[in-house]
Design a protein around this ligand. Structure first.
Ligand SMILES: O=C(O)[C@H](CS(=O)(=O)O)OP(=O)(O)O
Ligand SMILES: [Mg+2]
Length: 230
């Protein structure tokens, strides 16, 4: 498998297969939303779009990064989300990096959204579909976020079939600027537990695929054939 690793500003073409990586915290949060029963996650273009969707669908659950805000039900924190029952709910998510990255590749044939909690499931799906060329979108810090790059490189190696020690990749992520900011509470809407939850390798056995449905970018769970739960 041929892999390239690009930041959002470096995306100049439409990839065939894209893996959008946001470890801290969008795609750790989305995975927890599915684990707590959410049916789908709508990736919103803007805060205004998220609020407009909520106005049209009052039962949908709105989630944003940063501090809590009127009209939004949840913040982008896995620690806060994991105690929330989302059975059958549609979640609308808007964050600074993760959701923007997925929308930037929405015309790709396959868009997977990933983090360490769904790393093996994501790699397994890429192996199963025999993807030859994969663009990893490193969403944080214009492509330089160490937690996203480490996770992307780990998934790429697993997708290529390598036996890989995850330890060094997780340590890079744990030493990243994002991890430091979350630990120190610099980022609003976070708890100190968020970092550990973002570094739980393969916490979930499903992958997450996004596609345009009725003009919305919708993220859903996908299982791959060799998944333990398939
Ligand atoms: O919620 C997060 O951790 C970040 C917020 S920011 O990029 O630090 O402002 O958003 P995400 O899109 O999940 O990286
Ligand atoms: Mg991030």
């Amino acid at each position: 498998m041929e892999a390239r690793f690009l930041g959002i500003p470096e995306l100049t073409d439409v990839p065939v297969v894209a893996v959008v990586v946001d470890v801290m915290r969008a795609y750790t949060v989305a995975a927890w939303a599915f684990a707590r029963g959410a049916e789908r996650v709508v990736l919103a273009e803007s805060l205004e779009d998220a609020l407009a969707l909520k106005a049209r669908h009052p039962a949908w659950v709105t989630l944003k990064d940063g501090s809590p805000a009127p009209g939004f039900d949840l913040v982008n924190s896995p620690a806060l989300l994991r105690n929330t029952d989302l059975s059958g709910r549609t979640v609308v998510q808007k964050t600074t990096a993760g959701t923007v990255g997925a929308l930037a590749v929405k015309d790709a044939s396959l868009v997977l959204c990933a983090s360490f909690v769904v790393a093996e499931a994501t790699a397994g799906l890429l192996r199963e579909r025999a993807c030859e060329r994969v663009t990893f979108v490193v969403t944080g810090e214009g492509g330089r976020a160490e937690e996203d790059l480490a996770c992307a490189q780990y998934i790429a190696r697993r997708a290529g079939g390598d036996a890989v020690d995850a330890g060094p990749y997780l340590r890079r992520a744990g030493a990243s600027r994002s991890a430091d900011e979350l630990r120190q509470g610099v980022r609003e809407g976070s708890t100190p537990e968020d970092v550990a939850l973002c570094l739980e390798l393969d916490r979930f056995s499903f992958a997450m695929a996004a596609a345009v449905e009725d003009s919305l970018m919708v993220l859903r769970q996908v299982t791959w054939t060799d998944s333990p739960s398939a």
